[in-house]
Design a protein around this ligand. Structure first.
Ligand SMILES: Cc1ncc(COP(=O)(O)O)c(C=O)c1O
Length: 309
């Protein structure tokens, strides 16, 4: 099976580049033992002006938020990690790619008090195509409502993108794939719609948009924020609120947003066809604008692109 992890030679670690194959950590590092690690996922797009990293500063800010929640202090400043992301793209000669900064607790502590484990920062990047499969952006995907529920707020703090939280996301994803779906949408502890395993979800009904409010069970997605701005710019009304499971089935259109997933139409949920069972016009208008901005084809009026020179 292809890992998809190819196409780059260098990984940045605490200020230095190390060969891809040398980026190893001890089996007893806390990142391995307890999932003590936080990460980001950022996309860089090829544009005429050069490779452009989408919303780099907000991603690094969220990385620092993730660290703070878990009482981890990276050695670097936000500006240093931003520059390191650009350097990783440059050093590997990448253009279209996915950037994965990680801050981990390394080898040292034996128990749950992590103070003897150093905090280490890594930045990896590699070319990564459409996350939800070939044709997903055009045709849409078939998804299910997961039998797994998102964690109650004040259990796993979801505003931290902590690696350990993604065990639950893997349960969702694996179950969905085992049942023949591409992805899953999870409900929160109150039974209302939360988000996908690694995406936010949007509903369209009567040409206006609804997305679950940020209730401590779902991530403050940077694509979610960008799409809300784009929709408003296109004159489409957007509301954040409570979303019952059945509202998914009766929506005119549904779509996912995320760095990996970009703007992916959803054509069915639990084998119930959404709208006409294909990518809908509102979804496609937003997707077109989003892809136009990231590819540098539509003016970047918000300053979302960070061109790597
Ligand atoms: C659980 C979860 N929800 C939503 C998202 C989408 O967030 P973003 O648009 O910032 O990538 C992600 C991806 O980071 C995620 O892991």
């Amino acid at each position: 099976m292809s890992t998809g992890l190819t196409g780059a030679d260098w990984i940045w670690k605490d200020g230095e580049f190390i060969p891809w194959g040398d980026a190893k950590t001890h089996i007893l590092s806390l990142a391995v033992q307890f999932g003590s690690s936080v990460f980001e996922g950022i996309r860089c797009y090829e544009t005429e002006a050069g490779p452009a990293i989408f919303r780099l500063a907000p991603h690094i800010r969220r990385l620092f938020d993730s660290c703070k929640i878990y009482r981890m202090a990276p050695e670097q400043s936000a500006e240093e990690l931003e520059e390191a992301c650009r350097e990783v793209v440059r050093k590997n000669g990448l253009r279209d790619c996915y950037i994965r900064p990680m801050v981990i607790r390394g080898y040292g502590s034996a128990g749950l008090d992590p103070s003897a484990s150093p905090v280490e920062s890594y930045i990896c990047a590699w070319p990564w195509g459409t996350y939800l499969g070939e044709g997903a952006l055009e045709k849409g995907v078939d998804v299910c409502v997961s039998s797994w529920t998102r964690a109650h707020p004040n259990t796993f703090p979801v505003q931290s993108k902590a690696a350990g939280h993604y065990n639950a996301a893997q349960l969702m994803k694996m179950e969905a794939l085992a049942n023949g779906y591409v992805e899953a949408i999870a409900l929160g502890p109150t039974g209302l719609v939360s988000e996908g395993s690694g995406q936010n979800v949007f509903l369209v009904r009567d040409k206006s948009i609804l997305t679950p409010s940020l209730d401590g069970t779902n991530l403050t997605g940077i694509t979610r924020h960008s799409v809300i701005r784009i929709a408003e710019d296109l004159g489409i009304e957007v509301r954040e609120g409570l979303v019952a499971r059945e509202a998914l089935y009766t929506a005119d259109e549904l779509f996912f947003t995320g760095t990996a997933s970009e703007v992916t139409p959803i054509r069915s949920v639990d084998k119930i066809s959404i709208g006409e069972g294909k990518a809908g016009p509102v979804t496609l208008a937003i997707q077109r604008r989003f892809m136009g901005i990231v590819r540098g084809e539509v003016p970047d009026t918000e300053g979302w692109l960070d061109v790597v020179v």
